[in-house]
Each structure stands twice: as structure tokens, then as C-alpha cells.
Design a protein around this ligand. Structure first.
Ligand code: SAM
Length: 349
């Protein structure tokens, strides 16, 4: 299916005709924050270091995915900037003619020191996760007093020339749902676009409850109160965020994964730092690509494997969660301790 002369292959499609286009690559399961909605526990089981893919291995897998149709890659984690020499991987990926978009999702704590090098390495886009603008609240939510570092990171990213900066805010009732308007205004000030994410019952969210989810509907009501009329923007395609515009032209997004999931348009999959390929954020298991890779499988063989598995894909994980009347915490702590692959911080967001 792939052309070696750089032309873009047609993506393989699954049973619901969903193409494989976007790959989120987690480069580490370690994180330097402990956000309550993601890593609320005191102890974690980490992936063994010897299993973590090196950059050549990651790039080879990226080639195998690109030959199956992937043309967009997002680096994530854990906290991706904890991975040493990350710009080296960015350069490896951004040099590939088959990959048109290399993006990064970061908590921003280390961004000030890395933004320029990432830009020079060819990174196209950055999303910074930022849940609050209040320092005391940040510390309570993330368990580290790092808001000033994150703000410096956002500033450095803009100065390094990242034009389309995004800010991702997980909205939790009684925690930061009084800051929606402030986040929109802050994003406008720093020429970024904020996207509000509904609190999701993913693995690792062991404090999740239905009551704490602020829905898309509630967010729009609160923002209408603050800013007046809000216009929905067309052209979402496979993007997770719906975009909206205020009367003054300011735009923002909402990712309603919990109340109004978008499985039908999902063209994403995820690769953990140790090479487990997950077809859905809610999947209980995945396909181990590290083993065939380390046993010497060729790029063509890996692509064949990827295409075969994607063709069989029929999951609609988030939609199934909505349909579950007894919806509660997805995975108990005991199961998370046995298998780190079930954790959101291992899967990447
Ligand atoms: N450390 C990086 C960061 O903070 O952006 C990348 C990894 S983090 C797991 C990726 C994204 O997942 C973040 O935007 C985070 O807010 C989101 N996330 C984690 N747990 C979540 C949950 N329970 N509900 C919604 N989003 C969640």
C-alpha cells in the first residue's frame, strides 16, 4: 500500500469505514505532575526501562504506520518533555515526507527550556494542558507548584514561533468550572485557543464520578452567560473538538468525549512508550509491536500487521460508556497496579 517515493498512501479503513490517519505516540509513562483526574494515587507501577522503545525503533514503527495511512503524529506521555533528547525524535519524524503534521501535548512545566529546540527540530504544533490560572488551585490539582513554569512555557512557545498554540483544560465540577470565561480570556491574550475537555472516565481516573462531569451543554450555557451569543463553527471532520466563536471573533473548542462521544469519526490510535498499540482509549488490551520489531520484522511486515488489525477494528469505546447506565470508575486501582498499560498516563491523552 505504501509508495517508497514519498507519495501518500491511502489509509486502511476499519469495519466502520474509519481510516487510520492519526497516531499518538507516548514517549514515556513518567510524569512530573500528579493531576487528580489522571494520577491521583500515591504509588504507580512503571513500565520497565528496557522495554521503552528507542528513537530509531519509534521512527521505524512510525514508518510502518505511515505506510498504512497515518500522516499525523502527536507526541505525548506521561510528560513527553521528560524524555531526554526529544527534539532528536521530532527531527526524525518531521523529516519524513509521509508525515505532514508532528504535534506535541505537554503539561508545559519544562517547555520554556525546550520550545526553541523543538521548533528548530521541525515540530509543527504544541498543545499545553492547563486546567487553572490560580496558583493555589494548580498546586491542589496537580500536586506541584508549577503554574509559573507552565505560564513561562506558554510564553516561550509563542516566542519560538509556534503560531497555533492550543490550551487543553479538563473541566471538573467544583474544581475549576468557575474559570471557563477566564480561560477563554487568557487564551485570547496569549494568542492561543482553549479547548475544554469533559472529565473522562478513562483508566487512571479513579476519582471520576458522573456528578463531577461538566457537560458540553453546561459549558456553553456558562460561556453564553459570560460572553453572550456563541456561534458553532462548521468543518469539524475527524477533530475531537467542536469549535465555537464569540461575537468578538475569539474561538474556543469543546471536547465532549464523555457526554457526546465521536467514535464514528475516530481516526486515532495510540502507541505506548513500550510499543503496545491501542485502538481505543477505552481498550482493555492492545497489540504488542515491540516484540516483532525487536525480532527483526521488516517495515513491510509491520505495516501488514497494522493493516490487518485495523481492518478488524469495530470498537466504539466512548459510545459504549455512554450507553452504560451503571457508568462509574472504569478500572479499579487493583487492576491498574497489575497493568500499567491501563493507565491514561501510559496511553497518552
Ligand atoms: N503530560 C502531558 C499533558 O499534560 O498534556 C501529556 C499526557 S496527558 C495524559 C494528556 C491529556 O490527557 C492532558 O490534556 C490531560 O488533561 C488529559 N487527561 C488525562 N486524564 C483525563 C481525564 N480523566 N479526563 C479528561 N482528560 C484527561
Amino acid at each position: 500500500m505504501c509508495c517508497d517515493n514519498g507519495c501518500v498512501p491511502a489509509p486502511v479503513v476499519d469495519r466502520f469505514d474509519r481510516p487510520l490517519r492519526s497516531l499518538r505516540i507516548s514517549v514515556t509513562d513518567r510524569c512530573n505532575l500528579r493531576c487528580q483526574y489522571c494520577m491521583p494515587e500515591l504509588d504507580y507501577a512503571w513500565l520497565p526501562r528496557e522495554n521503552i522503545l528507542d528513537f530509531e525503533e519509534t521512527a521505524l514503527l512510525a514508518d510502518a504506520f505511515a505506510a498504512a495511512g497515518v500522516d499525523r503524529v502527536r507526541l505525548t506521555g506521561g510528560e513527553p518533555l521528560l524524555r531526554r533528547e526529544l527534539p532528536v525524535l521530532v527531527e526524525l519524524l518531521s523529516r519524513r515526507s509521509t508525515i505532514s503534521d508532528v504535534a506535541l501535548t505537554t503539561n508545559g512545566v519544562l517547555l520554556a527550556g525546550h520550545a526553541a529546540a523543538l521548533r528548530a527540530a521541525g515540530l509543527h504544533r504544541i498543545t499545553v494542558s492547563l486546567d487553572t490560572l490560580r496558583r493555589d488551585r494548580f498546586q491542589a490539582l496537580a500536586r506541584f507548584d508549577e503554574l509559573p513554569a507552565v505560564l513561562a512555557g506558554i510564553d516561550a512557545a509563542a516566542r519560538a514561533g509556534f503560531a497555533s498554540l492550543k490550551l487543553d483544560t479538563v473541566v471538573i465540577r467544583g474544581c475549576n468550572d468557575d474559570e471557563l470565561a477566564a480561560m477563554v480570556s487568557f487564551a485570547r491574550e496569549v494568542s492561543a485557543e482553549v479547548r475544554f475537555i469533559e472529565y473522562m472516565d478513562v483508566g487512571g481516573a479513579t476519582r471520576w464520578s458522573r456528578e463531577n462531569v461538566v457537560t458540553r451543554h453546561e459549558m456553553l450555557a456558562s460561556l453564553t452567560d459570560a460572553f453572550g451569543a456563541i456561534e458553532a463553527l462548521p468543518g469539524r471532520a475527524s477533530a475531537p473538538a467542536e469549535r465555537f466563536r464569540l461575537a468578538d471573533g475569539t474561538t474556543f473548542g469543546i471536547i465532549a468525549s464523555t457526554s457526546q462521544p465521536f467514535c464514528a469519526a475516530c481516526d486515532r490510535s495510540r502507541l505506548t512508550a513500550d510499543g503496545l498499540w491501542l485502538l481505543c482509549l477505552y481498550a482493555r488490551g492492545g497489540l504488542d509491536l515491540r516484540q516483532p520489531l525487536r525480532q527483526g520484522a521488516s517495515r513491510e511486515e509491520l505495516t501488514h500487521l497494522i493493516e490487518t488489525v485495523w481492518r478488524l477494528r469495530a470498537d466504539r469505546g466512548a459510545e459504549e460508556r455512554v450507553a452504560n447506565p451503571a457508568r462509574d470508575v472504569l478500572i479499579p486501582v487493583s487492576a491498574l497496579k497489575r497493568d500499567a498499560h491501563l493507565e491514561m498516563h501510559t496511553r497518552g491523552g
